[in-house]
Design a protein around this ligand. Structure first.
Ligand code: ASP
Length: 335
């Protein structure tokens, strides 16, 4: 039997029918899992740890770095890893871990659920069983197993608050389709590892994020911000006729603050050459986020800033595919 380390970090899956989080003690949590899903004990030799137990809205960068460190430290002892995580920020954790653990060489499967395991009608049981199954398959990917898909972490986003198919990788086919059989994509586990060395020490999230709407007034980022992430309209457009936006971008340029542009649309990505507005943004030194999800863009930025990088390092990072994140012109063929 494969040895799997299951790290429980909180979220809906482990909640009790009362709505309380499950007991913190790892032994008691394993008992709870095996009581609800006894077949897990036949699928793998499971060890359980509870690094933290909280709503994923409360996850801090230190929690993510600690998870990555724990997985690295125990990589020799386990064939795969399952992380139970709240769904709200799972795509961000998966993006960070996808970059931080790109060279691990073992599966890291994040999962969670829309309804607690202790509920009679719940997606938790099947998500857990599928996650453990995937973790036993020796496919070296960090991905989210949810509903009928396993999707690459650095391409994933939560697209539904209530549907059992909550996650997708809008710009990349799934790593696996989960039905009567689990069908792995032929390219699952195959990507070039190009994460620059030395990017594992910190996640600097002092990033000013902006999601504009028509007519919005632009005020310059706080003085502490080290970068700006704008979720622009469509292919990366912004109202470049506005004087306050012009002042905003000039301020960022003068202060050498990297400005990365992603899209408010989950499908497709930024192409700053497509419209006049985009071309003006590019001329103002902004960096295209291409097909990066907002979470992958945030994770990449935080890692570069955490290692002390500035505008040039950020520009290079968004030009380079680090760990199989979708890039323009490099998408997989549909499975
Ligand atoms: N608020 C919960 C969390 O993200 C939602 C969930 O787990 O589905 O922790």
């Amino acid at each position: 039997m494969r040895a799997i380390l299951l790290l429980h970090t909180g979220g809906t899956l482990g909640m009790m029918p009362s709505g309380e989080p499950a007991s913190l003690a790892p032994g008691r949590f394993l008992d709870h899992l095996l009581e609800q899903v006894p077949e897990l004990g036949q699928m793998a030799s499971l060890s359980v740890e509870v690094p933290f137990n909280q709503d994923s809205a409360c996850v801090e960068p230190g929690d993510i770095l600690a998870l990555a460190a724990r997985i690295r430290a125990t990589a020799r002892d386990f064939d795969g890893f399952v992380i139970i995580h709240g769904t709200d920020t799972m795509a961000f954790t998966a993006s960070c871990l996808g970059f931080l653990l790109a060279d691990l060489g073992k599966p890291v499967v994040l999962t969670g659920s829309q309804r607690p395991l202790a509920f009679v009608r719940s997606d938790a049981r099947s998500n857990l069983v599928n996650a453990v199954d995937l973790a036993c398959r020796a496919v070296p990917e960090v991905g989210i197993c949810f509903g009928t898909h396993w999707v690459r972490g650095v391409a994933a986003d939560k697209l539904s608050v209530h549907q059992f198919e909550a996650f997708q990788s809008p710009n990349l086919p799934p790593l696996a389709e989960i039905g009567a059989e689990i069908r792995l994509h032929p390219d699952a586990g195959r990507f070039e590892h190009r994460v620059p060395a030395g990017l594992d020490g910190g996640l600097d999230l002092d990033i000013h994020t902006v999601t504009p709407h028509p007519g919005m007034a632009w005020s310059v980022p706080p003085s502490t911000a080290r970068a700006v992430l704008i979720q622009a309209f469509g292919a990366g457009n912004l109202p470049m006729g506005r004087a306050d936006l012009g002042a905003f971008l000039r301020h960022c340029e003068d202060r050498k603050l990297p400005v990365v542009v992603t899209s408010q649309c989950p499908y497709g990505g930024v192409d700053l050459s497509a419209y006049e507005m985009g071309r003006k943004i590019e001329a103002a030194s902004a960096i295209s986020g291409g097909l990066h999800t907002r979470w992958a863009a945030l994770a990449k930025l935080a890692l570069v800033l955490g290692a002390g990088g500035g505008v040039e390092e950020v520009r290079e990072a968004f030009r380079t595919q680090w760990a199989g994140e979708p890039m323009p012109g490099e998408a997989w063929p549909q499975a």
